[in-house]
Design a protein around this ligand. Structure first.
Ligand code: ZN
Length: 453
């Protein structure tokens, strides 16, 4: 196994309020085997050998960042829907139009480019909330998991880890309207048949693992929620669910079930430490308490929530209730973990007209170790011995970052400042370029393929 010594100008170590200068990070194969802060000026402490063989990492080195909520094909809508009026629901119709163009081949090409774009942004692991399972009209492909396999292969090509959150999507509304039109491709009939299909799928490759998702309380009837939650529980797999992104979902759920969506999930055993609620933009105070008591996580997707006019979730209140927060780029209007992380703080400022709700280290935790944990990778997202050898290095000499204090990089850097990315010990991005994928070219080709009329 390859053994490498990296000398980071600054590295952000776990439980540290700010980055540490001059840190020697040693990796063997896909693991971090030693993390040694040197004495000021980069001189080794006694016991550390001379560093002639160490690879220098100028700038700020972070652990691997996790994108805990993705719908890869939504990337095709970037810049195509943003000038219009309407709301989440009108945007959704445009999103459905793209699904009609996707099959396993075109989705492989698109997702490969999108995951490579993520790699360029420092994302080493993605949670793909995947519901486009079947062919036109809902007819299964010869391999009913062909679309899932395409996404797993796409992540392998792009070089990042993936948790395929296979999503149960059965109905069009809380009161059980059947799927219609493009939605028919999402459905398995009922939760038992969903479970049967998912159980038959084994992701190909060490980079991928399987999780489950309940699309939302709109899409899985109450009496079938426990089937999905039970499958996740039996397989020790993460369970994700869209939750209270829209007030209309809350209203419909109360009208039909007399409960909030969070209450309904609690009733059916779908909350807990392995569960991540995505968005949670409009929870009641009772919902926040239920999520906190059950240690359910929440994945915030601030750039999507702002793009879709969803609202601002109560991030600080949820964190204070004991809810682990993670981050996702969701619709990929933006793929930039720095933008996503600082939006958590900045949105809170807009709401409260006060500054200083989240420490930079808390934002890093959400973007790294908490996101990995939400996706079932308990051994990633920290620059710590035993963790996966993910190193994300950010320039501190770009037009955006020159002169900033390293801890302030969260508020200054963009995805374009990521200069090198190492995933599981392998260099994937060097000098800001993906080593195997021509990302802009492949994005342009793949998106043209699924958007031309
Ligand atoms: Zn989503």
């Amino acid at each position: 196994m390859t053994s490498t010594r990296w000398l980071a100008e600054y590295a952000w170590l776990p439980e540290h309020a700010e980055p540490t200068p001059d840190v020697l990070i040693e990796t063997v194969g896909d693991r971090i085997t030693a993390v040694t802060p040197l004495t000021p000026g980069g001189r080794p402490d006694a016991g550390v050998e001379v560093l002639v063989d160490a690879i220098r990492l100028p700038g700020l080195t972070l652990p691997g960042l996790a994108n805990a909520h993705s719908h890869a094909f939504h990337r095709a809508l970037r810049g195509r829907t943003h000038g219009g009026r309407g709301d989440f629901w009108t945007w959704r119709d445009q999103m459905y139009a793209v699904t009609t163009r996707l099959d396993p081949d075109s989705y492989l090409a698109l997702a490969r480019a999108v995951y490579a774009e993520m790699a360029l942004a420092g994302i080493t692991c993605v949670g793909e909330f995947h519901y486009l399972h079947h062919g036109p009209g809902g007819t299964p492909y010869a391999d009913p998991n062909a679309m899932s396999a395409a996404l797993v292969e796409a992540a392998a090509h792009a070089g990042i880890r993936l948790t395929l959150l296979d999503t149960c999507y059965l109905t069009a509304s809380v009161d059980g309207q059947p799927l219609a039109g493009p939605q028919q491709r999402f459905g398995d009939g009922d939760a038992l048949r969903w479970a049967e299909r998912v159980s038959a799928f084994t992701p190909d490759g060490e980079h991928a693992r399987l999780g489950a998702a309940i699309h939302s309380v709109r899409a899985v009837p109450a009496e079938q929620l426990a089937t999905v939650a039970g499958w996740a529980n039996r397989h020790d797999a993460p369970l994700h669910v869209h939750l209270s992104e829209q007030p209309a979902e809350n209203d419909a759920c109360r009208a039909v079930h007399g409960r909030t969506p969070t209450g309904l999930l609690a009733d059916h055993g779908a909350l807990g430490p392995a569960t991540t609620a995505v968005h949670a933009t409009h929870p009641t105070s009772g919902d926040v308490a239920l999520l906190g008591e059950s240690r359910t996580g929440v994945c915030l997707c601030p750039t999507t929530e702002r793009d879709l006019a969803d609202g601002i979730g109560p991030a600080r209140r949820m964190a204070d209730a004991g809810i682990p927060l993670s981050l996702g780029s969701d619709s990929h209007a933006v793929i930039d973990p720095f933008e996503e992380a600082r939006a958590v703080e900045l949105d809170e400022r807009l709401r409260t007209r006060r500054r200083g709700h989240f420490a930079p280290a808390e934002l890093l935790t959400a973007a790294s170790v908490a996101g990995h944990a939400a996706l079932g990778w308990a051994d990633a997202g920290r620059l710590a011995v035993g963790d996966r050898a993910d190193l994300v290095t950010v320039r501190l000499d770009s037009v955006r970052t020159a002169g900033v204090a390293p801890a302030g990089a969260w508020f200054a850097a963009s995805a374009a400042d990521v200069v090198q990315v190492v995933v599981d010990g392998r260099v994937l991005v060097r000098d800001g370029r993906h080593l195997t994928v021509d990302v802009p070219q492949e994005l342009a080709t793949a998106i043209a393929e699924v958007t031309h009329v």
